[in-house]
Design a protein around this ligand. Sequence first.
Ligand code: ADP
Ligand code: GLC
Length: 480
Amino acid sequence: MKNILFVASECVPFIKTGGLADVVGSLPKCFDKQYFDVRVVIPYYSCIKDQYKPQITYRDHFYMSFNGKQQYVGIMETEYEGVKCYFIDNQEYFTCSTPYSGMPYDLEKFIYFSKASLSILPVIGFRPDVIHCHDWQTGLVPVYLKERFQGGDFYRGIKSVMTIHNLKFQGVWDIKTIKYISGLSDYYFTPDKLEFSKDANLLKGGLVFADAITTVSNTYAEEIKTPFYGEGLDGLMRARAHDLRGIVNGIDYDDYNPETDKFIAKNYSAKTFRKEKVKNKLALQKELGLPEDPKTMMIGVVSRLTDQKGFDLIAYIMDELCQDNIQLVVLGTGDERYENMFRHFAWKYGNKVSAQIYYSEAMSHKIYASSDAFLMPSLFEPCGLSQLMSLRYGTVPIVRETGGLKDTVQPYNEFESTGTGFSFTNYNAHEMLNTIRYAECVYYDRKREWNKIVDRAMAQDYSWPASALQYQAMYDWLIG
Ligand code: ADP
Ligand code: GLC
């Protein structure tokens, strides 16, 4: 039996702000249970969903020297769908309404979390062969593992993997502060280790010290070796190219299943979507107060409202797009300027635009099921899960060809009758608008062709098993 520990800052169903939680919550279930014992550790935030708290029970606690004090480390645990989950409890750090409260608060809290995640292992009696770390919040785990924790027999030989879900966020702060909080010596704060343009960079630490690096699509694995996508770490990515691989994300095919989904008005399948899918659109139009018309093309957006997702392109052409015969349904939260932009257009074009500025799992499922097309024109996209959910629900993605979007959406080719969506290359608002309008033409004028795109979209398989096998092969190779 090989032991694997996932360390991350979020995990469904307990706490989620984005795709990271989906991955950390759904991938561990898909490993071969005969050979792999995969467990997860996340912080015990006070904002963990209330419905799960009663099942999370106290296991143990101890005190860990950290940042000049003896800090309480509580260990909570539960088992969810066959996966053992641990939670690090410390009210000083994890009393919050969302997992992230911004810098510099997050620094101390996630450095504490990284150190505590390693410290609990002898207490819970679980010695991982591989510790699989996710994003900057866990960047110091591989560093600590190579440093102080190698002293004892328990930790010696444990391998680490660092997965990049988003290179934009790195956990950067001044060296003095990070040195003090982390307790790491001067040795670690040089340009070949944690130093980064005179500051300290937690993710960089993870990327330097991890035994292997992965990211969540092949194209993104290539892109981050270039200055445009590399966020200042492209040199390091090139230097570690042999240890870096892209493994595309999957989605949970039980949670996202149009045949059984409990959130949607009418269930449907790849066989019945021609008749049944539209009933979801009518129900959503009614719920949102949009004109109830089965024929109008509905374009959905479910997203964090940030620059990464291409909302400046959308802002630029909103007035033009709203001249077309479409409905645009947006669900998201994030940058105020994008929240207000959509509120403004929902006011200006009340019968065409619906702005749902909040977070709701139920509403997200309704939009994936009801829309005809899904718009995701990202500036960069390590993988993207929303387009995979759309494919699963027969909602045709319109994407920019970057990262995982490029790897998972095949552009429609009208001459060969192939493709599962529509895509454009350059980060240009009118290139995007032209692509949306091309999709509108196919939707309105060549309905049979459109339905064949939906057939092909729904026939794709982006469930986890294939990618889980690639992770397993990597663990096997690391463990030797
Ligand atoms: P990212 O992780 O960059 O935000 P992904 O496409 O990988 O992008 O994952 C986004 C996840 O978050 C999807 O599961 C999507 O449905 C969900 N999501 C984003 N915004 C909302 C929202 N406002 N309400 C509900 N779910 C949301
Ligand atoms: C990040 C990325 C997204 C990816 C997700 C899960 O949030 O922005 O593209 O799908 O992580 O890996």
